[in-house]
Design a protein around this ligand. Sequence first.
Ligand SMILES: *Cc1c(COP(=O)(O)O)cnc(C)c1O
Length: 453
Amino acid sequence: MPSMTASELIGRDRGLLWHPYAPLDGDAPYAVLGASGVRLDLGDAQGSRFEAVDAMSSWWSAVHGYQNPTLDRALLEQAGHFCHVMFGGLTHEPAVRLAEKLVALTPEGLEHVFLADSGSVSVEVALKLAVQYQRAGGHGQKTKFLALRGGYHGDTSGAMGVCDPVDGMHSDFSSLVAGQLFLPRPPAARRSEIAGGTVGEVLSQELIADPGEVAAWVATLEETVARHASELAAIVVEPVLQGAGGMYTYAPECLAAARRVATEHGVLLIVDEIATGFGRTGKMFACEWAGVVPDIFCVGKALTGGYLTLAAMLCTSRVADVITRSPLRALMHGPTFMANPLACAVACASLDLLVSQGWQGQVSRIQSGLAGALAPAMALESVTDVRVLGAVGVVELDRPVDVPAVTRAALERGVWIRPFRNLVYTMPPYISTAADIATIGAGITGAVGQVHG
Ligand SMILES: *Cc1c(COP(=O)(O)O)cnc(C)c1O
């Protein structure tokens, strides 16, 4: 039990702690007094308490909910052995077991694993690997990256460089961020609609886009990569679903085309599955929507079920072999907390839970539930689009969301959300019940309607 009350916590936080992308003296945060299953116990500065379904899964990560007994046990068991040891010159069972599981779970051909301490760091490692690969192969001038408008790959400098260049998040940092190349956002795609259906039917739906728009985008891709092939190390994409850049689903054919064009021009394909991985879009990994195997692959967020910070970069043997035969022989990165044993142990338990609890059934039930529960939002005047893919639901407004007001209105309906720009969205924990999903849908629709009409 916390020894401070919510109002005391919030008062002492103010001016002391920075929160993500928020001013020191910004809107007061809510205090977390407890968390269990899908529920957060929150308090505000005035002493009000809210019990709320966490519709965000703590930013894509807490897929099995809070105080999950299996994950708690894995963490405590490892703590009984050792919490951390350096990874330079040493190895340990949690790291070996996790790497083997990741190789088995990820698309065929990804065989080598680098364990990093956050998603952004895994993206840095992926970018460095691509540059090292090109140099080792005699292409030292291939150092640039081609990324997508609307993309998001993290907050560290290298990762920022491949994020959408005009999105305000990184606009102050042009001196840190090398001039990378960008393609327009690929054309939007929608799920083919089916009524009801079995788990298999629900999850084997297709993503459909306008063929003319796809052909035009692919032509731009081909032309851009051909023109810049001599300076390009890799193409970097979030597969099929762009997250923090706008919760936007695009045509899988465009991902498949990126794979083909990259190969034709000696350019690597880096797929960032940090948000989309581990079943979130209805496939274990979103690159399966296009049947694509990338050269380099990043996962994070849900990897530990949201318990601890951990990410992984995987690559093919073709890429790894070039590094091993190069003068340096090593991938030039090595964080202090690389392969943290506690994080690896809980990640192993989380991956096992995905399989043993049947993530396909969980995600397909959430997809169907969200589609029904968010549909009424479409009738609101402020709402321009409602879309659901896997266990991700998005309500898009014709105006910027009044974040404090909508957050509050949702909390009063028992739902924790964190909207941004003109988007109110949810990616619920996989353990959410049908009733939880109904609560989320009604909470979002009600809050948007109350605040924006
Ligand atoms: C969140 C995210 C990252 C960054 O991960 P952190 O753990 O926050 O550093 C990178 N790429 C994508 C697609 C993400 O959603």
